[in-house]
Structure formats: structure tokens, C-alpha cells
Design a binder for this molecule. Structure first.
Ligand code: ADP
Length: 208
């Protein structure tokens, strides 16, 4: 969990690289559907563009389809899903049936000033979703994804106005969601203002 720009994607990429943990970002999967113009992509496009949450019913159906082939035995990390309390409850029910409950929840706490600073320098790989930042996490070759060697792009919802809105929506849902996982004893809060290495170390310590 964490607002846009809190560094969830960067930590997730490194966990994937170092521990082979699959990284599933609901935002990345949804953006891909929009790009290919699929039926679901056409349905969710405007929500993404405006920085609004896709309705629970649609997201639950969409992620439910993905979860059918989830690598439950190898472990995986979810980024951006669940985002609301009802999504969290639905996911818990779904995983309980498969005897594969969530083991840990990381929350990257971040204020709006830092979010805005981070987002303006953010670039993404349109293929694998890896996140770069011009100052804190630049690619080895400027403008190119290190894994896919294709040109990086900026998200259309990474403008200041849309980021402010996404931050507000995140805030509204974060507290009940965090309380839910706190009650289950699964939540660890990490200060998103720490360096990428420190954030990663704290995450690994919590997972261990
Ligand atoms: P962020 O960087 O804001 O955390 P994401 O890449 O996770 O962005 O999500 C981008 C957009 O995709 C969201 O603004 C929303 O429109 C949609 N989205 C992604 N995940 C969800 C979800 N779990 N529930 C509803 N909408 C979602």
C-alpha cells in the first residue's frame, strides 16, 4: 500500500529481481488493457485517465481472472490491489479458499509534497511496468528500460492535478484498509522518505 509515488513499484521490482517474487500491479495490468483497446480497457479508460478508482465490481472481476493463474505456491506480491476494504475482504475470502492467505502487508507512508516531487520525475517501461526516476533511480541508458531495452514513457495520469486527486482518493481508503490489516497483525509501515536502499532493507526485514 502507499500513495502514488511512494515507491511501491520500485521496491516490488527489486523484490522480483532478488527473490524471484512475481510482481502484479493492478494499475499496470489495467493500463495494458487500455492500450490494447480490449473491452475491459474501454470500460476502465476514463477512470484511469481521471485518476479515479475503477468500480470494485469491475476490478474484482478483472483481478479474479488473473488470480486464477496466480503462482500460489511460489509466492507473489500485489501492488495497487486491494485498494478498498471490500476488495481486501474479497481477496481474503478468495485466498482463504485456496489456503494461501496474505502473509505481509507493507504500507509506504508518504506526504503530498514528496508525492508531487517524485511523480514529476517518474518514467515507466510500457512493457514490464518497471518504474524509473530521473534522480533517484535512473536507467543505465537514459530513456531506455534496462530489462526490455524499449523507450520509457510517462503516464498520462501523472500530471499534478490528477496526482492530487489520486492522493486524496488514496487517503480516503487507506485508513480503513490499514486498520483491517493491522488487526490481522500483518501490517508494517515504512517511511517512504527513506532512500530506496533503506526502504528495500526495511521491507526485506519485515518479510523475513
Ligand atoms: P498509483 O501510482 O496511483 O498507485 P496504479 O498504477 O496502482 O497507480 O493505478 C493507476 C490507476 O488504475 C488508478 O488511479 C485507478 O484508476 C486504477 N486502479 C488500479 N488498481 C485499482 C484498484 N485496486 N481498484 C480500483 N482502481 C484501480
Amino acid at each position: 500500500m502507499g500513495p502514488p509515488g511512494s515507491g511501491k513499484g520500485t521496491v516490488a521490482t527489486r523484490l522480483r529481481q532478488e527473490f524471484g517474487l512475481d510482481h502484479i500491479s493492478s494499475g499496470h495490468l489495467l493500463r495494458r488493457e487500455v492500450e490494447i483497446g480490449s473491452a475491459i480497457g474501454q470500460r476502465v479508460g476514463l477512470f484511469l485517465e481521471n485518476g479515479e478508482l475503477v468500480p470494485d465490481r469491475t476490478v474484482l472481476w478483472f483481478m479474479g481472472e488473473w488470480m486464477k493463474s496466480a503462482p500460489l505456491n511460489d509466492g507473489f506480491q500485489l501492488d495497487g490491489f486491494p485498494r478498498t476494504l471490500s476488495q481486501a475482504k474479497a481477496l481474503d475470502e478468495w485466498l482463504a479458499k485456496r489456503n494461501a492467505p496474505i502473509e505481509a502487508v507493507m504500507l509506504f507512508a508518504c506526504n503530498l509534497t514528496l508525492v508531487l516531487e517524485r511523480i514529476t520525475g517518474r518514467w515507466n517501461c510500457p512493457k514490464c511496468g518497471r518504474v524509473y526516476h530521473i534522480y533517484s533511480a535512473p536507467p543505465k541508458v537514459a530513456g531506455l528500460c534496462e530489462d526490455c531495452s524499449i523507450a520509457l514513457t510517462q503516464r498520462t495520469d501523472d500530471t499534478e492535478a490528477v496526482v492530487r486527486k489520486r492522493f486524496g482518493i488514496y487517503k480516503r481508503h487507506a485508513k480503513p484498509l490499514a486498520d483491517y490489516y493491522e488487526q490481522q497483525g500483518k501490517l508494517t509501515v515504512v517511511d517512504a522518505a527513506l532512500s530506496p536502499d533503506e526502504r528495500f532493507a526495511k521491507t526485506v526485514a519485515a518479510l523475513n
